[in-house]
Each structure stands twice: as C-alpha cells, then as structure tokens.
Design a protein around this ligand. Structure first.
Ligand code: C5P
Length: 236
C-alpha cells in the first residue's frame, strides 16, 4: 500500500544535498542516499541529514561474504537510518548475517533491511549470456524476493510492474520500494520501463523512489508535492 515518496539525492557532495534539502523548510521528505554521495561525503552526511529530521533510505547495495556484510551492517547500524539494502544475489546466509549486524545487544533492530533482486539495468539476455541464468527474468526476481523474505528481510527494491506479483508471493506486508517512476509526459532519462506515481499506487508499490523528476525540477518542492499527491491519492 502506498506509504510515501523517497527522493533519490544522487548528488556529488555535501553542499549540493544540504542546499537542495534546505528548500524544503518545514517539510521533511524521505531521502535516498546512494553510493555517489556516501563515498564522497562519508557517514557524516548521513548523520547530518538525519539530525535535520529527514527519514533516510541508505542505498549502498551491499554484496560480500556473510562475515564482511555482518561487520559492515554493524558499522552502519549506529547511523540509525530507516531503510538500508543489499543484493539478494549474495544469498540467504549473507542476508541473515546482515540482519544480525543490524540487530543491537538487546535483540532490537530499528533499520529495515530490503534486497535488490535483479537490477533493472540487467536485461534477460545479459542474464542468460553473462550470468548463465536461464530462467525468465521475472521468475528469477520473484524467487530472489522469496529468498529475501525467507531470510527475514522486510522487502525488496523492484520495478512497480513487479510489485503485484511480489505481494502475491510474499504477502502485502512485504515492502516493495520502486524506482523508475516518472510524471506523465515527463522526461524518461535513462530509465527504460517507467510508470507514473498514480500507476505505481494502483500496482501496489509501498514506496516510490524519484530522483531527477524532483531534483531537476524548476521547483523541487512543488514536484515532490505533486508526486505525493498522485501517489498517495486522497491520503497526501
Ligand atoms: O533519477 P531517477 O528517478 O531515475 O532515480 C532513480 C534512483 O533509483 C537512482 O538513485 C537509481 O540509482 C535508483 N535505482 C534505479 N533502478 C534500480 C535500482 C535503483 O533507478 N533498479
């Protein structure tokens, strides 16, 4: 069920993102911090944005041996972000290790953990030819989502077009966080399969991730409000 819009702040440095978020004044949208900003500005930028009251999806897409991912999540845990992610491709043991790393001494976990299934930039052809995965892409995505759920994760990153089947397989409570969203009639950029916020709601997305249609708008706050109004319908 539609919960909120997350703004992908794909920006190169602290100054750009702080000045961008400054435009929101009293409003506190969800912010996605990805590799570009994190590697440039470090964990401090996460602390700073969090201290300003924004909710954060830290999109670092971890994938390594279980022991390393457990340690990485343990290092990231004190940042207290709301959502963090990894690649389902790393396997069930890695996903369980990540959950352990995010869990504190009292057995509590404040950060939701979601998995990237198959990157939307990977074609079915590349899956077969390069990764030697013969199954149809959609079937592989659903199987990876089911693995993530079995490992105890809270949801997946996927296309809005896959939200429905993933909810069917994993239940309505399993989160689908979906990029590839564009306003009707807007620029697509490099996104191939796009849906509008309204359609993402109809398809059952829980959170939509929108970057350039908001960050590149003449009035980003108005674009964010429009995205929320269209995605949340009467609930905005
Ligand atoms: O600017 P745009 O709306 O295309 O931004 C989408 C964001 O979602 C980017 O940060 C991109 O890295 C991310 N993303 C994506 N497709 C995926 C996974 C993540 O577009 N499959």
């Amino acid at each position: 069920m539609a919960k909120d819009v997350i703004i992908a702040c794909d920006m190169p440095d602290r100054e750009s993102v702080i000045s961008f978020l400054g435009r929101f004044e009293g409003e506190k949208p969800w912010v996605k911090i990805g590799m570009e900003l994190f590697y440039a500005a470090g964990p401090e930028i996460v602390r700073e944005i969090k201290a300003r009251g924004f909710r954060i999806f830290l999109d670092l897409k971890l994938c390594d041996i279980p022991n390393t991912v457990r340690g990485a999540m343990r290092s990231l845990r004190p940042l207290g972000v709301d959502i963090i992610n990894l690649h389902a491709f790393g396997g069930a043991e890695m996903m369980r290790a990540a959950l352990e790393g995010l869990t504190d001494e009292n057995g509590e976990r404040k950060t939701k953990l979601i998995a990237v299934t198959i990157l939307t930039s990977t074609s079915e052809e590349a899956l077969r030819r390069e990764l030697l995965i013969e199954k149809p892409l959609a079937e592989t995505c659903i199987a990876y989502a089911a693995n993530a759920q079995a490992a105890g994760l809270d949801g997946v990153v996927c296309s809005p077009l896959e939200s429905g089947v993933i909810h069917e397989r994993c239940g309505a409570g399993f989160l689908t966080v979906t990029p590839g969203v564009r306003f009707a009639g807007g620029e697509r950029g490099d996104q191939v399969r796009v849906t509008t916020p309204e359609r993402a709601r109809a398809l059952g997305s829980d959170y939509i991730v929108m970057g350039r249609p908001i960050t590149g708008a003449a009035d980003p706050v108005a674009a964010w409000r429009r995205a929320r109004a269209e995605f949340l319908g009467g609930e905005a």
